[in-house]
Design a protein around this ligand. Structure first.
Ligand code: THU
Length: 142
């Protein structure tokens, strides 16, 4: 599907993910990623991947977008967009970032985008079956 067919707010969400990808700090992987989250109040926060010479400290774009939003007091996310430079298949967020999204909304809609400005919409819970969420901690235990 073409991004131009989305409603304007979602187009803005995708544009934020695409634009912030220009700030990706990825000298080790040379793999740029941009992500953005849409909050229930209409605000949008974007983040890029930030790598480190100590490779294990690399932080994904999705998590940086979430951390920025939460740091500004926003945690009701309705949608997120992810942009990378892969031309072929749509790419979903890594497993760690799926879990971070799940902390806030297992029903969040993810707009996976390609450089040709097409998108695929998926729902997080379909990417993270049997998810462990904050509610899991409230369930009856022995
Ligand atoms: N990366 C992301 O930013 N998001 C993902 O969902 C997968 C991977 C980043 C981490 C690293 O900087 C680079 O892409 C290559 O793994």
């Amino acid at each position: 599907m073409e991004i131009s067919t989305l409603d304007p707010k979602l187009q803005a969400l995708v544009k934020a993910a695409v634009d912030v990808k220009n700030n990706a700090y990825c000298p080790y992987s040379n793999f740029r990623v941009g992500a953005s989250v849409l909050c229930s109040d209409g605000s949008i926060y974007a983040g890029c991947n930030v790598e480190n010479a100590s490779y294990g400290l690399c932080v994904c774009a999705e998590r940086n977008a979430v951390m920025k939003a939460v740091s500004e007091g926003k945690k009701n996310f309705t949608a997120a967009a992810v942009s990378c430079d892969i031309k072929g298949d749509f790419k979903g967020p890594c497993g760690v970032c799926r879990q971070v999204f799940a902390e806030f909304n297992l029903d969040i809609e993810l707009y996976l985008t390609k450089p040709d400005m097409t998108y695929k919409k998926v729902v997080l819970k379909d990417l993270l079956p049997m998810a462990f969420t904050p509610q899991s901690l409230e369930e009856e235990r022995i």
